[in-house]
Design a protein around this ligand. Structure first.
Ligand code: SF4
Length: 296
């Protein structure tokens, strides 16, 4: 494997201001989430910084750096705590990115993201207000207009023209017939990641391969931006940490939930990593393909 960046997806909080029917950000929990403890955050970031070397030792990979991708739930929900994680990560020299539903992006967040982040992903499953209401992509019936997303992305780009902008879309029963071409053309993201809804926690709104393909075919003009993932490509191929600071696995063989390691910040990354499985070939395929597309 060529030298490359290890991406760690830390789901820092389960809570979200949206209520998507197929949300799979649900973990078995006992106790408060790690982001509420300053000492825990510092210990966790220190352990995450060790992961490229530990991966190379334990899994035979060749990672030379790490990018911490903050995900949720909604990572912008707990502002002070997320800011603390960002500061700690920058002090350790980690690259940063985030996936957010975008509804809480304000001027301050746009500035921080433009200054400290390598990339930002915004999850947009539909540009139809009714579809977003039906999916549950609203905060107490409050919708985010797509013009607001465009304005926020423009502000982030104005602060950092080199930042990577990604749109994430989950294709499901309510949007697989939709045409998002005008929106994507206006945003002009560097990447459009399109997922087939993963029936991990619920099968509500799931689709079949033909319906997924229909959505992809309708947006063929953006093939140079699109990275699509079916259910098989999505499982066992991400390195993921839950809000309690444990690695977790989303294997299709583990029905109705996840498998967890012990908390990384307590037992140390070296030991926790021995309790975690990742399909390094699938991981490699995803990130190598993205690199090759960028180079093309
Ligand atoms: S926006 Fe994301 S985290 Fe929030 S409810 Fe929807 S799928 Fe879950």
């Amino acid at each position: 494997m060529n030298n490359q960046e290890l991406t760690i997806n830390w789901h820092i909080a389960e809570a979200c201001n949206y209520v998507c029917r197929y949300c799979f950000a649900k973990w078995e929990k006992s106790g408060r989430e790690l982001l509420h403890f300053s000492d825990g955050i510092a210990a966790m970031i220190t352990e995450i910084a060790k992961l490229p070397v530990l991966f190379n030792q334990q899994k035979g990979t060749s990672f030379d750096s790490v990018r911490l991708n903050l995900v949720g739930g909604e990572p912008l929900l707990y502002k002070a705590q997320t800011m603390q994680i960002i500061r700690a990560a920058r002090e350790q020299g980690l690259a940063l990115s985030m996936v957010t539903n975008g509804s809480l992006l304000d001027d301050e967040w746009c500035e921080v993201i433009a200054r400290d982040f390598k990339g930002i992903g915004i999850s947009i499953d539909s540009v139809s207000g009714q579809t977003n209401l039906d999916i549950g992509r609203h905060a107490k019936n409050q919708l985010m207009p797509s013009e607001q997303v465009v304005r926020r992305i423009q502000a982030i780009r104005a602060g950092n023209p080199n930042i990577g902008i990604k749109i994430n879309t989950v294709v499901n029963q309510l949007n697989y017939r939709e045409n998002m071409a005008d929106f994507i053309a206006e945003v002009a993201p560097d990447k459009w990641k399109i997922f087939k809804m993963l029936p991990m926690i619920t099968e509500d709104l799931s689709i079949d391969d033909t319906q997924f393909q229909q959505f992809l075919d309708r947006h063929q003009e953006f093939h140079h931006l699109i990275c699509s993932e079916n259910n098989n490509e999505m499982v066992d191929s991400y390195v993921m940490i839950d809000p309690l600071g444990r690695f977790f696995r989303n294997s299709l063989q583990v029905c109705g939930g996840y498998r967890y390691s012990q908390p990384i910040y307590q037992v140390g990354a070296e030991r926790a990593l021995t309790e975690m499985y990742v399909d390094t070939e699938k991981y490699r395929q995803r990130y190598i393909t993205i690199k090759q597309r960028k180079a093309a």
